[in-house]
Design a protein around this ligand. Structure first.
Ligand SMILES: Nc1ncnc2c1ncn2[C@@H]1O[C@H](COP(=O)(O)OP(=O)(O)OP(=O)(O)O)[C@@H](O)[C@H]1O
Ligand SMILES: [Mg+2]
Length: 436
């Protein structure tokens, strides 16, 4: 009980001192506030945390889940509780700072709070560093509030509605795909490493005038992880992802299409640093090949021009295109990318690894080598479907613990469904046989 009280006192003091320092110093920015505090005080309209921050009982409950704040605050000599508005006020900053500096448990908190670290790194031998705290603190671009703010601002501009319908924007903190759940080839890993470094050393690249980096084309059959890697990259790099499907552009009012493309690129520049993921890139080639829509062709030219003009180094936008049909892309489309990343159907070893990942949280004993031998030509997505079949079969007999037989049956079920699938309007979609 006593321990919890000390903990509560620390948290109250942390917030009150953080608010005080943030309010005082214009050297500190919104990215210096710890993630939780920043989220709580975020002002959507202004896309920042407005000064001054006031600290109330409700704020402490919302941020740290504290109860009984009033009584705890009253035990601290440098705080005053104001009944009206339940506000907690700092009376003497120095006293509060001294109190915090005396608590060894506080060091850890200060060291992960850039606002406090900026003050305490010059204070009597407390081993904290502003640099380190800042580097560890999640930047605002990671949060959905940041994106909501930008989208709100853009929504209010004339003509932006159609464009916003074309894109799907996800904040890194909401990305569900994780790189460690994806089985990558060595060269895919290499590409990711390169891009991560390029983003980290963007200023350097700008200085030396190296611009030819940051436009990737992901090429490979359906279900091989193109979309998943793009999203996982957003999470890894901590930058939002803006997703566009090119085929959807054709459904829009054609007259507006070229303008919409420009707006999508404009939006990406404003969200920077971010990933702009253009899916179904082969649509460019299809559109060029038709004689029907002059407007569509114009739109495609606009797109190619926009790709030419955007740059990771200059604008902070990492462009990733994805296509299933490399054969139909013409030279004009290819040459706009700096790097082609190949996604092939997984080999036996990769299939085993993917199966192990998909089965990770499923109870049962499995021989994934056997399954990987029976699934030549299957994509990662197909393997997930096999496991899905196995799980559902198990549930029919009320079983949540599965066995090898269920997986083998999953393969059979999956194979049985392939002929059905190929009768769809999209005959080749998801049909592994095509790539064998
Ligand atoms: N290499 C892989 N490792 C782990 N999981 C994979 C891999 N490839 C695909 N998957 C799984 O398959 C599913 C589909 O993958 P994803 O949507 O990324 O494929 P895609 O290449 O974008 O397909 P499409 O071309 O149809 O858009 C995802 O759930 C993903 O987790
Ligand atoms: Mg995809």
């Amino acid at each position: 009980m006593k321990f919890i009280m000390t903990d509560d006192k620390l948290l109250i003091t942390e917030l009150v001192l953080t608010a005080y320092l943030y309010n005082q110093s214009d050297k500190l920015g919104v990215d210096d506030l710890p993630n939780k505090i920043r989220k709580h005080y975020w002002n959507e309209k202004e896309a920042t945390v407005r000064r001054p921050i006031y600290v109330t009982e409700g704020d402490l409950t919302a941020i740290y889940g504290l109860e009984n704040v009033k009584n705890t605050a009253k035990t601290l000599p440098f705080l005053e509780f104001e009944e009206f508005g339940s506000q907690i006020k700092l009376t003497v900053f120095d006293l509060g700072a001294k109190w915090l500096s005396k608590h060894t448990e506080a060091v850890e908190r200060i060291d992960s709070n850039p606002v406090l670290a900026s003050y305490f790194e010059n204070y009597d031998s407390i081993p904290v560093s502003y640099e380190k705290a800042k580097a560890m603190n999640t930047p605002k671009e990671n949060g959905r509030e940041w994106i909501n703010s930008l989208v709100k601002a853009i929504e209010s501009e004339k003509g932006s509605e159609e464009m916003l319908k074309l894109v799907h924007i996800v904040a890194p903190e909401d990305v569900r795909q994780n790189l460690k759940d994806l089985v990558l080839t060595k060269s895919q890993e290499g590409e990711i490493e390169k891009i991560a470094k390029a983003i980290q050393y963007r200023d350097y690249l700008k200085r030396i005038g190296l611009r030819e980096i940051g436009k990737l084309l992901f090429v490979g059959p359906p279900g091989t992880g193109k979309t998943s890697i793009a999203r996982a990259l957003s999470g890894k790099l901590g930058i939002p992802i803006v997703e566009v499907k090119l085929s959807q552009i054709a459904d829009q009012y054609l007259g507006e299409t070229a303008k919409n493309i420009d707006r999508v690129f404009e939006l990406s520049k404003r969200l920077k640093p971010c990933i702009l993921f253009i899916d179904e890139f082969d649509f460019v080639a299809k559109a060029r090949a038709t004689d029907e829509h002059a407007a569509l062709k114009r739109a495609v030219n606009t797109l190619l021009k926009a790709i030419d003009e955007i740059s990771l180094v200059e604008h902070g936008v990492l462009l990733i295109g994805a296509t299933n049909h490399p054969a139909i892309l013409d030279h004009a489309a290819w040459r706009r990318f700096d790097e082609i990343v190949e996604f092939n159907l997984p080999d036996k070893d990769m299939r085993k690894k993917i199966l192990d990942i998909v089965l990770r949280d499923i109870e049962g004993k499995f021989d994934t080598i056997e399954i990987s031998e029976k699934t030549e030509g299957y994509s990662g997505s197909d393997l997930r479907m096999i496991v899905r079949e196995a799980v559902l079969t198990g549930l029919i007999t009320e079983r949540t613990v599965l066995n090898q037989q269920d997986l083998l049956q999953g393969v059979v079920e999956f194979n049985r469904r392939i002929p059905l699938k190929s009768k769809d309007e999209n005959p080749n979609e998801n049909n592994p046989a095509r790539y064998r």
